[in-house]
Write a protein that binds this ligand. Structure first.
Ligand code: ZN
Length: 328
């Protein structure tokens, strides 16, 4: 609680799946390759090239969903998310919109303020990454590297469940732990394999309706998560205490100044005109496939923590320390 205000945060986390090849083609996902070398007609979107789903990526996505207690749907749909950007050669990303892979999960974490708290996972879907615009390679010019185009991702969306920037960070660290334990991702924010966008709003203590939210983007390290959310929370409180209203907009975090600025409207594109991808049939997963992924999940940290508390009469905090990595 910040001076009679309650903070409400929801997180959308993009996680790169640990695969050797991309989501819909055979190109390598190796980090650090020379620009534009891991590309082919499929991920460049050349005419006539057709996408083919990566089975290993689907296995990891299903394992992630099961590890987060989600319902995995035997039938989901790939959809095109359309927008124009120089690092998106196809003019759309393949994602899932209606009928995502999985819904209705949860992840419990040790809140610094509330003890064991539970975040709801509203949905988990599969998508491909876009390329990268490089602004520091040539003076006054933008370079494009398409090696990341088509890299497999899952997006994990929580409800508006966090009550402080610190809680949001603790959830993220817990999520990272689960995904690393289960071998789903290396979750390396510096390499872009875990990225987070946050929805932030504030309301007077005791209010139940949600305030107007903004979306904070460009948070690119764990150290900045809490800082970025705190800056935005404090900005909103200052606006409201000054008698103003919070505009529903996208804010970009700048770690150099520890400040946020509104995204230029030119950069914002909210009408993605989603529609089912005509090049991909519905994703149909058999019961056996889903059950097999469940058997391949290790005992996850929360389960292990409970077992340690029960068996060795440890405190939750001690058990959390002991189960922090998989060898614990
Ligand atoms: Zn390719």
């Amino acid at each position: 609680m910040a001076g009679g205000w309650e903070t409400v945060i929801g997180l959308e986390t993009h996680v790169q799946l640990r695969t050797a090849s991309k989501m819909f083609c055979g190109c390598s996902t190796a980090f650090g390759a020379p620009p534009n070398t891991n590309v082919c007609p499929v991920c460049l979107g050349l005419p006539g090239a057709l996408p083919m789903p990566n089975e290993q990526a689907l296995k990891l996505a299903v394992r992630a969903a099961l590890g987060l207690g989600c319902t995995v749907h035997p039938r989901s749909l790939f959809a095109r998310k359309n927008y124009f950007y120089p690092d998106l050669p196809k003019g759309y990303q393949i994602s899932q919109f209606e009928q995502p892979l999985a819904t209705a999960g949860s992840l419990s974490y040790l809140s610094p303020d509330r003890g064991i708290a539970t975040a709801t996972i509203q949905r988990l879907h599969v998508e491909e990454d876009a390329g990268k615009s490089l602004h520091d390679r040539f003076p006054k010019q933008t370079a494009i590297d398409l090696n990341r185009c088509g890299v497999p991702l899952i997006e994990i969306v929580t409800g508006p469940d966090f009550r402080s920037p610190h809680e949001a960070r603790t959830y993220l660290l817990t999520l990272k732990q689960v995904l690393e334990y289960a071998g789903i991702s290396d979750c390396d924010m510096e390499k872009g394999s875990l990225r987070v966008d946050a929805n932030v709003s504030v309301r007077r203590a005791g209010e139940t309706a949600l305030g107007t939210k903004t979306e904070v983007k460009n948070i690119n390290s764990f150290a900045y998560v809490e800082k970025a959310l705190t800056v935005e929370r404090d900005r909103q409180i200052a606006v409201l205490e000054g008698g103003g209203t919070v505009a529903p907009q996208t804010m970009l975090y700048d770690s150099k100044t520890n400040g946020v600025r509104p995204q230029r409207s030119k950069e914002a594109s909210h009408d993605y005109r989603y529609f089912p991808d005509p090049d991909l049939p519905p994703l149909v997963l058999s019961e056996e496939f889903i059950a097999e992924q469940q058997t391949l999940l290790p005992e996850l940290p929360a389960k292990k923590r409970e077992r340690f508390v029960e068996k060795y009469a440890l405190s939750v905090t001690d058990a959390a320390v002991l189960t922090a990595d998989r060898t614990g």
